[in-house]
Ligand binder design. Sequence first.
Ligand code: ADP
Length: 182
Amino acid sequence: MQIKINRGLIQVVEGDITQQNTEAIVNAANTQLVGGSGVDGAIRRAGGPEITAECDQIRARRGGCPTGQAVLTTAGDLAATYIIHTVGPIWRGGVNDEAVLLARCYHSSLTLATNHQITTISFPSISTGIYGYPIQQASKIALSAAADFLGQEETVSEIRFVLFGEDDFSVYRRALECLTEN
Ligand code: ADP
């Protein structure tokens, strides 16, 4: 399913982020940029050691990546050219700025993409795995952040949300339908 906003597309697909052919894929990283499980582990396994080496360099240079911000590395053996690593908030009941920080992840990632003339980008569902963010709420934040960005910026032409499994895909598809109804 996809919608057009301004000059850009928002797509929601079921699949594996490591297999996407967009110029950039986004990783749900942690503040230390050390290898994790979940989508981070999948990306590092598929992309090879270059990704971890670049993350280590960034950590040595600037101490990692704060929650809500994003950093860029190359993508090793993956079809994508770049990986944008962003750090989502850990869900702590929703009263610790989680929504603001989650929206900031998407905005920071898209801004970084624009700064590197990246026009196509794939996101996983940030924070809804190990970090425990309820996916219904997270999906609305993710899609609204993408739509807001496309409304203001014209460099990015395609934002693809890649959901791992049918259940997550259904939630995002429904959220995209709601976005178009409003
Ligand atoms: P976080 O720590 O930000 O919650 P996780 O990696 O635990 O990050 O999970 C984020 C989301 O990524 C989850 O919805 C999970 O199902 C999904 N995911 C895991 N592996 C992949 C993959 N290969 N492609 C796309 N999404 C994935």
